[in-house]
Design a protein. Structure first.
Length: 387
């Protein structure tokens, strides 16, 4: 495959891939619930999977802000592609921010940038009620070797990933919250599918359930506790990248509504079409969402090198609020766009169709369920002093 562009700006590359490859395939990816291979292959060809890897290790040395812009650009074309890209970059961010002191992970990141490996995540587990801060499975050690067996209700693009980052208890007799983050390699991992993925939206992520049986070396354990990795990197980066792609999804729906109103206006020059006022209201909601997402990114960037601030209750509450707010606004904005377009937005064979957008957007509140996020905030608010 010939690279689409020599640009090294991740957002520009993502936009080009979205418009020329991910977007045209999005309806088929959704309809067939298939992996968006053509888009991921294009991202790989453009070295976008290793974008966060530092330049000295062969990556592009991109910032979280640049990756967020890329996720937003992809979200405008295909939410499944954008989600896969976001989830991969969340895993890479964990390794870059917490693994560079390890010779193993420095070598791994260098190889990732060279080979453009795709990393999946297995943090959820059957038996913990959706709480990623607890694990049932544990790291079993035999000298320098480790073994892990985990029952995961979902692993997005697990069958297509090269490697998986998973959580497990430190040792078999450790408390459920005493967790480590472990990179398991494809050649040492067996995935046995235990669940299907026939869903309302985000169908291209192919998030089947699996039992994971993995063997490897102790060096594959990411330094530090998962509690620190989660609070300082995994959760805030997840919320920043997820909300960015949801913003892209909502923006495309509003763009279709805007195009519909403009088409109607050309038919009746000098008058504002009936959907004009509703469009103005929808654009205002989109602006609110955009401001919230940008503020959340700025908040993370402001504190990204301050572990104490990242681990603080105030920051965690703000990041959780970002996720809840954006995940509520996304389907609301798309629904408003549908109201503007009317039957033309409802039809799947229309250039103004937003059915796929709406179905994908409804998944936002379920990724780390909003009820759980709000419950966590309620507990923190009991002890947190106002900033």
């Amino acid at each position: 495959m010939t690279p689409l562009t020599i640009s090294r700006d991740p957002a520009d590359v993502a936009r080009r891939i979205g418009e020329s490859i991910a977007g045209p395939a999005a309806d088929a990816v959704d309809r067939e619930a298939r992996f968006p291979r053509e888009a991921i292959d294009a991202l790989r060809e453009e070295r976008m999977l290793g974008a966060l890897v530092p330049r000295e290790l062969g990556g592009l040395g991109a910032t979280i802000g640049e990756i967020a812009s890329a996720c937003e650009a992809l979200g405008r074309s295909c939410a499944s592609t954008a989600m896969i890209y976001a989830m991969h970059q969340i895993e890479v961010a964990c390794l870059v921010r917490h693994g560079l002191a390890s010779p193993f992970f420095r070598d791994y990141l260098s190889d990732l940038a060279r080979h453009e490996w795709l990393i999946a995540s297995a943090t959820s587990e059957i038996g913990v009620g959706g709480d990623l801060r607890k694990s049932v499975c544990a790291v079993e050690r035999d000298g320098g070797q480790i073994r892990i067996t985990k029952r995961a209700p979902v692993i997005s693009y697990g069958e297509e990933a090269d490697d998986i980052l998973l959580t497990a208890r430190r040792v078999p007799d450790a408390a459920p919250a005493d967790q480590l983050l472990v990179l398991v390699r494809k050649d040492g991992t067996t995935l046995t599918r235990t669940g299907n993925w026939d869903t309302l939206g985000m169908r291209g992520t192919r998030s089947f359930g699996f039992t994971i049986q993995a063997i490897g070396e102790a060096a594959q354990i990411v330094p530090g506790s998962f509690a620190d990795i989660a609070s300082q990197t995994m959760l805030p980066v997840s919320h920043v990248l997820w909300t960015s792609l949801w913003l892209g999804l909502a923006s495309d729906a509003v763009g279709r509504a805007r195009a519909f109103v403009r088409t109607e206006a050309r038919r009746t020059p000098g008058t504002v079409p009936p959907g004009g006022a509703r469009l103005a209201e929808t654009v205002a909601e989109l602006s609110t969402m955009s401001a919230s997402v940008q503020a959340g990114l700025a908040d993370f960037e402001r504190h990204q090198n301050d572990p104490e601030a990242l681990g603080g209750l105030g920051f965690a509450i703000r990041m959780n609020n970002l996720k809840v707010s954006a995940s509520r606004l996304a389907p609301e904005i798309v629904a408003r766009a549908l109201g503007v377009c009317g039957i033309n937005g409802y039809r799947n064979d229309s250039p103004y169709a937003v059915g796929r957008h709406l179905r994908d957007a409804y998944g936002a509140a379920l990724m780390i369920n909003n009820d759980r996020v709000l419950g966590a905030n309620a507990a923190m608010l009991l002890v947190h002093k106002d900033d």
